[in-house]
Design a protein. Structure first.
Length: 76
């Protein structure tokens, strides 16, 4: 897994008691929740970039795109 850092969070004592009673691995849960959040944020960022790219590409005439693809194929 590589290098690690310690992250702390304060939660209400009652929540901690319930988690302990239920046998929840808090560290594991936090790692997984943070991993999922990073994935969600990365997907959202890529979605926005793709949307922006699409908006830019819509401004380019189709003929120019076709010509660029053909030129690229001919250069192979």
């Amino acid at each position: 897994m590589g290098s690690q850092v310690t992250v702390t969070a304060k939660i209400p004592i009652e929540l901690k008691k319930k988690l302990t009673k239920l046998g929840v691995n808090v560290s594991g849960l936090m790692r997984e929740a943070l991993r999922l959040e990073v994935e969600r944020l990365e997907r959202e960022r890529l979605r926005k970039l793709a949307q922006e790219a699409g908006e830019i590409l819509q401004k380019i005439p189709a003929e120019e795109i076709v010509e660029a693809v053909r030129a690229s194929r001919e250069n192979r």
